[in-house]
Write a protein that binds this ligand. Structure first.
Ligand code: ADP
Ligand code: MG
Length: 246
């Protein structure tokens, strides 16, 4: 029998972490600070929700964590590697492979059907020739995630033929088509009624549990937030821990 490798707890590094993030936006002559020393750390497979008032910097923080924008100060680390100061091309590559994004409004392409929407990031990632060579495999990958979000019966439908909840599930499938390890969901239920929002939460829970997907979800809805494993509040530019949820 091979020896059992034991990893002391204190050497288990976080999957994603941010250290002392500062971000200010310029407003005319002035710089308006939004984030002022944000620390946050997640282990792989964690489901964290971030609550905070409108304008508190939740979206800004998501952009920094997902490498869509750069902090003024501070650091972002993934699996023990600092990722916020990498060359632009490396960051783009990393963003495309590691992070999936979901927003309040689904941003689906209206002229493409569901499967094409889901595959669109993979088309962009691969060269045309490469995409055609791997088309069967990528389609299977797309169909697999479409099934996971419960939309197998809508594959050929265009966004205009889908309900709000279905559009958000399609957007989740698209975000996950490239098999990222972190899903950044910014107000994913913000445009949905309570029941449909609950369906989206079920999908997120399922993906979190079955695929060890790390999820960071921003919401201003306390009932939605409390369904995550852990809640933090963004207030006055900093993260405040709340009691563990659920
Ligand atoms: P939240 O998502 O919590 O509502 P945001 O991160 O969107 O907050 O915004 C935080 C603050 O930063 C707001 O005052 C907003 O107006 C400002 N802000 C956000 N993005 C920009 C930007 N690109 N340029 C200038 N100001 C911005
Ligand atoms: Mg926002």
């Amino acid at each position: 029998m091979p020896p059992i490798r034991t990893i002391p707890m204190n050497t288990v590094q976080p999957h994603l972490c941010a250290k002392a993030l500062d971000k200010a936006y310029r407003k005319g002559e002035h710089k308006v600070p939004v984030l002022r020393g944000v620390d946050i750390s997640l282990h792989r497979g964690e489901f964290l929700s971030i609550v905070g008032q409108s304008g508190s910097g939740k979206s800004t923080l998501m952009h920094l964590l997902g490498l869509l924008d750069e902090p003024d100060q501070g650091e972002v680390w993934l699996d023990g590697v600092r990722i916020d100061r990498l060359p632009m091309a490396t960051r783009d590559e990393l963003r495309n492979h590691v992070f999936g994004f979901v927003f309040q409004f689904y941003h689906l392409l209206p002229e493409l059907n569901l499967l094409e929407n889901v595959l669109s990031p993979l088309m962009i990632r691969h060269s045309v020739i490469d995409f055609w060579r791997k088309k069967r495999q990528l389609r299977e990958q797309g169909m697999e995630i479409i099934e996971k979000v419960g939309l197998s019966h809508r594959v050929r439908h265009r966004p205009s033929e889908l309900s709000g909840g279905e559009m958000q599930r399609a957007a989740i499938a698209r975000a996950l088509a490239g098999r990222p390890s972190v899903l950044l969901a910014d107000e994913p239920t913000g445009n949905l009624d309570a029941r449909t929002g609950q369906e989206i939460m079920s999908v997120l829970h399922k993906l979190n549990e079955s695929d060890q997907l790390t999820i960071i979800m921003v919401t201003h809805d306390d009932a939605i937030a409390s369904q995550a494993e852990r809640i933090v509040r963004l207030s006055e530019g900093r993260i405040q821990s709340l009691e563990d949820a659920a």
